[in-house]
Design a protein around this ligand. Sequence first.
Ligand code: TMP
Length: 213
Amino acid sequence: MSSGIFISFEGIDGAGKSTHIARVADLFRQAGRVVVLTREPGGTFLSEKLRELVLHEPMDSLTEALLMFAARREHLVQVIEPALARGEVVLSDRFTDATFAYQGGGRGFDWQVLGQLEGMVQALPDSSLRQPELTIWFDLDPVIAAERLASARVPDKFESQPADFFAAVRSGYARRQAEMPSRFARIDAAQSIEAVSEDVSRIVTDWLSRSTR
Ligand code: TMP
């Protein structure tokens, strides 16, 4: 049986990542793999309920961080770990880097406390941490992202934040990449959709040729 593969997709709101996840799913399906497409916060019945709360209700920043991790715990236990154990490919629209970027970078919440929560929530039986093997970061100037979002849907609690919030979120992603460079691949999301799509395919194909899966 093939080993499971866990890939996450990250970026500030408006960076356009969601468009490209389906393409990555196709790449894996064409290679004969079973793909689980999922998202955070969300991915389970309970986690989707927590998503509704956390995206629409004002709350204290620790409460917000705890709810993100609570949703993640359910998602890991109910969906991600079982799929990886079956040898499937899990593609998650956001994972734990989003908490470091949004709650840590954007809200200014204590980075070390987030690390402690991560240690609790993502611990595996052998004491290592569950992390995506590959994280594709769609990096975009917050001013361009705001222009893209202005013509899109009704904004949620995060999407309606000002540009300097997203500048801080972007710095949070950069800090996370600097801490864990081996699993991060940064894409310049200001390029055309076609160019971004080509970058995504190349990154995934190169990663697969280097990994033993
Ligand atoms: P989405 O719109 O990409 O589905 O993401 C939902 C929003 O939740 C987005 O604005 C980012 C935010 N978010 C956090 O603030 N912390 C997290 O840990 C996650 C996963 C998402």
